[in-house]
Design a protein around this ligand. Structure first.
Ligand code: PGA
Length: 243
């Protein structure tokens, strides 16, 4: 059975105080959320600890936005698996396009981070997706295929979520047509060994398009940036309506 996973990616937003304010507004909305939906908040490292305390016993699972492949060491600015698991983190976003674009992340380092996440019992959310240029050049399929092939070497597909995030749709308000997202996600699925991997769509997911996105048969959830920063907005996304 493919799980439905709705994850908020807060990126470099929210102090501890702001994170707690968010939770105050958000948690009561979860009473209407169907049990089978997994809800994840990927907060900045500095907010994880206090959020973990406040989410204890709730259905919201905590996510991080990066993980290094070593257990410890001289890697200034990085974060290690045991530091995340100790405070109750369960998910980690790996290979987000912003990491690839601005911080030199490659398919090889993505692969190392994925394997590290699994070694520490975390569920990685692997992000793949093409730029506008690559799409216009007809390279979407081959690019994603390479990202999967290189990224997933020796990765256990029993403990994995994938997010299809066309880069041109991230933070632009320019959502990928839900049918097209469905098509690409279907193609991603054909490349996997485990047919039950949950595959999310990400890129300008909003309260007003989530129902249509989730009505697509191949789409198992969403990775949400901007619209996850506001409690009512993310609550509406988590509580998407089935058509
Ligand atoms: P967005 O970001 O929802 O703001 O487009 C999505 C993401 O980067 O994961």
């Amino acid at each position: 059975m493919r799980k439905i996973v709705i994850a908020g990616n807060w990126k470099m937003y929210k102090t501890q105080t702001e994170s707690l304010e968010f939770l105050q507004g958000f948690m009561s909305h979860l009473e209407e959320t169907p049990d089978e939906r997994e809800v994840v908040l990927a907060a900045p490292f500095t907010a994880l600890s206090i959020m973990s305390k406040n989410l204890h016993g709730s259905r919201v699972q905590l996510g991080a936005q990066n993980i290094h492949w070593e257990e410890m060491g001289a890697y200034t600015g990085e974060i290690a698996g045991p530091m995340l698991t100790e405070i109750g983190v369960r998910f980690v976003i790996v290979g987000h396009s912003e990491r690839r674009q601005y911080f030199g992340e490659t398919d090889e380092t993505v692969n190392l981070r994925l394997k590290a996440a699994q070694r520490y019992g975390l569920t990685p959310i692997l992000c793949v997706g093409e730029t506008k240029q690559q799409r216009d050049a007809g390279e979407t399929e081959s690019l994603i295929s390479t990202q999967l092939k290189k990224g997933l070497v020796d990765v256990d597909q029993e403990n994995l979520v994938i997010a299809y995030e066309p880069i041109w749709a991230i933070g632009t308000g320019d959502t990928c047509e839900s049918k097209e997202a469905n098509r690409v996600i279907g193609l991603i699925r054909t490349q996997l060994i485990n047919p039950n991997v949950s595959i999310q769509y990400g890129g300008s997911v909003k309260p007003n398009n989530i129902d249509e996105i989730m009505a697509q048969p191949e789409i198992d959830g969403a990775l949400v940036g901007g619209a996850s920063l506001e409690a009512a907005s993310f609550a509406r996304i988590v509580n998407f309506q089935k058509g």
